[in-house]
Design a binder for this molecule. Structure first.
Ligand SMILES: *[C@@H]1O[C@H](CO)[C@@H](O)[C@H](O)[C@H]1NC(C)=O
Ligand SMILES: *[C@@H]1O[C@H](CO)[C@@H](O)[C@H](O)[C@H]1NC(C)=O
Ligand SMILES: *[C@@H]1O[C@H](CO)[C@@H](O)[C@H](O)[C@H]1NC(C)=O
Ligand SMILES: *[C@@H]1O[C@H](CO)[C@@H](O)[C@H](O)[C@H]1NC(C)=O
Ligand SMILES: *[C@@H]1O[C@H](CO)[C@@H](O)[C@H](O)[C@H]1NC(C)=O
Ligand SMILES: *[C@@H]1O[C@H](CO)[C@@H](O)[C@H](O)[C@H]1NC(C)=O
Length: 658
């Protein structure tokens, strides 16, 4: 009896093994790191190169396919499957991505009829959208050309019998450590892992993406209800298809796990092959360094066409080096409700700023450079490069950007209270302690820019309209469009003069000199503006009061310094603090830059309540000079002045130095 039991259990175990082996041989479960060992059907330009599966190369309008030769038998199953693979897309050109690739489940391995370019080698003009195709694909599309208008050039789509996706979303992944979604560039030359899971009982398809080193995110990129039993035949082949157009990309698969019915074995990322180096047939890769970027920012005056060429390279390099979030145009389009006019927060010479709402509820401000604003492009490169490296609570945070057909969009945290300028002159009255809080906040941000970062960052356009206020009325410095970056200790050559009248130190307009002390001068003008509640230059006032510094100095000389404090405060301020700030503002406004305090000094005056020692001698004061040539920028509309204006509400001067 015991023997019979043993025999029985042996038979059960043995048959279990046979079933398992049959499953494995059916191609129902496998893991590949080296595709030389995989049993693949390959056609078109696809090859296996040193163990890597390469779908496309630099051949134009070509397709490549690779399918597991053994079909999967779905008979009497719920069609559940899970798969995980690692891919990398290396575009031939730095500015275009080329076409894309797809994970395909088809009733045949032979997809040679599939057209190149936007059909991704899966469908053609005659069979597209035919139910006889029985094809399911997850496309990793890097070109928007053929699809619906709103499609971005970086999306993941679910294709059923047609290249026109039934669902499609911009590529991104959920960062569990930060609790937010980050966009992901498919053609980033980086290895990306993707999980495709289909639960046939629930009829639920999940697709999840993440950079190779990132563990599987807890939230999928998309989770959709789909009934694959209506599409699949009993026997289906699993594989990949890729295509090129006039723009080419090299598409690699570097690891693949599949399981039918159960959960796929997770890929061991240490076993996933690296990308070949140097990339084949690839344009020269220019070494990235902060110095190159800084150099290019400084080369602001160089002719535009020359600059634009470099621009692409800088951008690419920078994208990898600093990698702030890249938003898709579609996300921003939706967030701003199609860049509706009623979402405009402010407008300036280079474009408009819109309010946006991301799907997760985050509010953003999107600065969009207007078409053909050539001047603007240079400023923006400077702005992104500068801001992406900075982190200080009193600096407006750059959340990301989007690049599209020569258009650039910058995404910032949204500042619900608009600009200091609007708040001061049109909004609610700022209390004394709020004013002091804003000044100390901006001072600490400037100290950070001047002394605490790897390179010296000169803002060069400090003014009330570039200070934005968050919901707690914290002042944050924004608009780095005119910023300049240099090494500590480096002496800058004069190039061109930028800034805003009233905040520009006299040596800037006469000598074209810019350094930390020119920022200090502007900060001084800002202190006076906030304390006195009036602009540095106000032509509507009496001659004596037109230039704020002159007026404060004359009041100071006759012992009436406190008379200059904003009358809107109705006496509700601390006298000693007001004196300190007014004197500090005057100290920053000295004609001789050497006599001005550094930002470090300024923060100490503020923290330790040290009263600056100052005479109000008019000959020592740097009276703002109105330059010879100036470009007037239209101020943002009077009607919208209560909302944020990141832009020129005074006059910005932009002209070449001598
Ligand atoms: C791409 O690969 C195919 C097939 O291996 C080959 O015939 C073709 O010459 C390659 N194209 C280029 C540009 O290397
Ligand atoms: C599949 O199911 C059908 C009926 O639902 C049954 O007749 C057949 O034996 C099953 N086949 C296998 C291999 O289980
Ligand atoms: C899409 O393809 C077209 C035609 O090949 C090309 O001009 C364009 O640059 C491509 N776009 C991207 C983002 O690669
Ligand atoms: C399109 O694909 C079908 C197979 O689905 C094939 O019969 C047909 O010849 C192809 N058409 C072209 C123009 O290649
Ligand atoms: C695909 O075909 C279905 C009918 O079979 C039709 O309703 C649908 O509009 C077609 N889609 C496209 C994009 O042509
Ligand atoms: C798919 O995602 C949903 C939502 O995150 C989750 O509830 C479900 O368990 C996932 N299903 C599979 C098969 O991973």
């Amino acid at each position: 009896m015991a023997g019979a039991m043993e025999l029985l259990s042996f038979l059960i175990i043995a048959s279990f093994h046979v079933i398992l082996m049959a499953l494995a041989q059916d191609g129902n479960q496998f893991v590949h790191y080296d595709f030389r060992k995989a049993d693949l059907y390959i056609d078109g330009v696809a090859t296996i190169e040193d163990g890597r599966l390469k779908l496309t190369n630099s051949s134009k309008r070509a397709t490549g396919h690779a399918f597991h030769k053994t079909p999967v038998n779905f008979r009497n199953t719920s069609f559940s499957f899970t798969t995980e693979f690692v891919f990398a897309i290396i575009p031939d050109e730095s500015t275009s991505y080329g076409q894309g690739m797809a994970f395909v489940i088809a009733p045949s391995v032979d997809l040679r009829y599939g057209a190149a370019t936007s059909y991704l080698g899966i469908f053609n003009r005659t069979n597209d959208n035919k139910t006889e195709n029985h094809i399911f694909a997850v496309e990793l599309d890097t070109n928007a050309s053929s699809e619906a208008l709103e499609e971005s050039d970086n999306h993941v789509g679910i294709d059923i019998n047609s290249i026109i996706s039934v669902y499609s979303v911009d590529a991104s992944y959920f960062d569990d450590t930060k609790g937010l979604r980050k966009s992901l560039v498919l053609a980033s030359k980086q290895r990306i892992r993707i999980w495709i899971e289909y639960d046939g009982e629930q009829r639920l398809l999940n697709v999840t993406l993440a950079p190779l080193e990132t563990p599987k995110p807890s939230l999928p990129l998309l989770s959709r209800s789909i009934d694959l039993s209506k599409i699949f035949k009993e026997q289906m082949f699993f594989g990949f298809s890729g295509s090129t157009g006039t723009i080419k990309s090299h598409q690699y698969i570097l690891g693949w796990a599949l399981s039918i019915g159960g959960k796929a074995q997770s890929l061991d990322i240490s076993k996933v092959l690296d990308l070949p180096r140097p990339p084949p047939n690839h344009m020269p890769v220019i070494l990235a360094s902060a110095a190159t970027i800084a150099f290019l920012i400084i080369a602001g005056g160089i002719a535009f066409f020359y600059h634009q060429k470099r621009f692409a390279e800088v951008f690419e390099q920078w994208e990898q080096k600093y990698s702030p979030q890249r938003f898709s145009f579609r996300t921003l389009y939706k967030a701003t409700k199609g860049f509706k006019e009623n979402r405009v927060l402010g407008a300036g010479g280079f474009g408009k700023v819109y309010k946006g709402d991301l799907p997760d509820g985050t509010q953003i401000a999107v600065k969009r450079v207007s078409h053909g604003a050539k001047q603007g492009m240079q400023e923006y490169v400077s702005e992104i490069a500068t801001m992406s490296r900075l982190g200080h609570m009193n600096l407006v945070q750059l959340r990301g950007y989007c690049r599209r057909k020569g258009e650039l969009l910058l995404v910032y945290e949204y500042m619900p209270n608009g600009s200091l300028s609007d708040y001061l002159f049109h909004g609610n009255n700022l209390s004394w302690s709020q004013r002091v809080h804003i000044i100390t906040g901006v001072a600490s941000a400037l100290r950070y820019l001047h002394d605490d970062t790897e390179k010296v960052v000169l803002h060069r356009d400090i003014k009330a309209s570039n200070i934005l206020l968050d919901s707690n009325l914290n002042g944050k410095l924004g608009d780095f469009g005119l910023a300049r970056v240099h090494d500590h200790g480096e002496i800058l050559q004069p190039t061109r003069v930028v800034g805003t009248i009233g905040y520009m130190a006299p040596e800037v307009t006469t000598l074209g000199v810019t350094n930390k002390l020119t920022d200090v001068y502007a900060f001084g003008a800002l202190i006076l503006e906030v304390v006195c509640g009036r602009r540095p230059i106000d032509l509507e006032r009496s001659l004596e009061q037109r230039i704020l510094i002159e007026w404060v100095a004359s009041c100071g000389r006759r012992g009436g310094l406190i008379d200059t404090v904003d009358s809107k405060l109705a006496g509700n301020f601390r006298t000693e603090e007001a004196k300190l700030l007014l004197k500090l503002g005057m100290l920053c406004s000295q004609k001789d830059p050497e006599n001005r305090p550094t930002m470090k000094d300024i923060t100490e005056y503020l923290q330790k309540n040290i009263m600056p020692n100052i005479t109000f001698d008019i000959t020592e004061i740097g009276i703002p000079i109105v330059p010879l040539i100036c470009n007037e920028m239209t101020p943002s509309h009077g009607t919208t002045s209560s909302v944020a204006s990141f832009w020129y509400d005074t006059i910005t001067v932009l002209f070449r130095g001598r």
